[in-house]
Design a protein around this ligand. Sequence first.
Ligand code: CA
Ligand code: CA
Length: 484
Amino acid sequence: MRQSVLIVAMLAAGVLSACSSTAPNQTAGQDVGHQVLSANDGWAAEGTGTTGGAKASAGNVFTVSSRKELVAALTKAGSAPKIIYVKGTINLATDDSGRELFEKDFADPAYSFEAYKKAYDPTVWNRQTLIKGKPPAVSGALEDARERSSANQKKVILINVPSNTTLVGLGKDAKIVKGNLMLPKGVDNIIIRNIAFEDAFDYFPTWDAGDSYSTKRTEPVIEADGVNYTIPGCQEKFESDDKGPHRCNGGRWNSEYDSISVKGATHVWIDHCSFSDGERLDKMFPPVFAAPYNQPSQKVQHHDGAVDVTDGSDFVTLSFNKFFNHDKTNLIGGSDGMTTDAGKLNVTFHHNFFEHVKQRQPRVRYGKVHVYNNLYAGSRAWEQKYPFSESIGLGKEAKVLSQNNAYELDADVTADQLPKLFTAGAAMVDSGTLLNGKLVDIVAVFNAKNAKQQISTNIGWAPKLTPSADVPAYVKANAGPGKL
Ligand code: CA
Ligand code: CA
């Protein structure tokens, strides 16, 4: 079975990479814009499959090189099949004249980051009564002003993509930067290929006072940089400047934008793209509050996911993408409480290159997620400050099948440190993983080291493959140039 997964995958891989490396958009048959996802190429091939805008009429084929042109093409075609070629760089944080918009252009008159920081400094804000063990969410005039500012930015940089769209980069330098493509509920059949996505930057991150906050922490906090933060005086009830909930660790700056948010959409294929923070690296935005709120994880985070798949999305394949210089790479399932995600969020990751990304590669709730033939490379001591933390995060009702992935990490990283178990009952089966050249079963090693928190190996599904009996006819009909 595993052998046949590999053979079918390698076959698909060979066909795709041969076409795109020799002549990205002019193959012997159809150009890349007209290509569709191959049968059985991951979850996006399920049911009706993923054809994007392949059936576009001549009037619905566009070449765009600005935000204005992209929006005009999407609006003109609506949900009709459309092929949109991206030429050069599209900066989504621009007005219709092409002028780039910055924080000052979006900010509400009542907002400033300095004032916001002052209003919600946790050494002040956290002195109030905790709710369910956490400080209340920030509120008041400054938070309202931040929300208005955020809405101003969102109106410009968030672009809704309607059904039946193929968005494909021309040549080798197509980019979409400083914005967020949104694939919402009801949208189906999207192909996005050959585009470098960079820097979905949120100028107005929120201070989420309760995120990762706990008064229960008894042991020192040791962060990726090895610094040991002890927190004296942390307790639930406010007593004095030195004792109270304002002395406890926790709280995070959180941002809103992913380069691509699959937020309810179905049949999505994202292929041969790259995702990174571009020139605005997280290390440029260090923590702004005093101890104990100055851990590396409390940096002012201006980015969210690279590609996040949430809110009942289903049938998504991510193949041959490169993810680099980013923290929270792929969130599959946004919260435990979204029980309607059960049975959905089925996603395939294959032949992706995760290089110098910190976490969520992917982090899974609910979904049946196939992760195979991916390369993970990075270091905990990396100078660009995206230290490797863990690869596959296992949250509520995750059902992950990990096969034949390769890891190139620091020599002292052990197999049990690759997965992270967030929620009891999460399941994963692993086989064929190579960690620095050694064959390991990351689930078996994790379970051997963590007697009290076991990863279940009951995933209850298997990937769908072309039946062997159909392989001769299918391969003869589809392999080689001119068959796309
Ligand atoms: Ca709010
Ligand atoms: Ca997100």
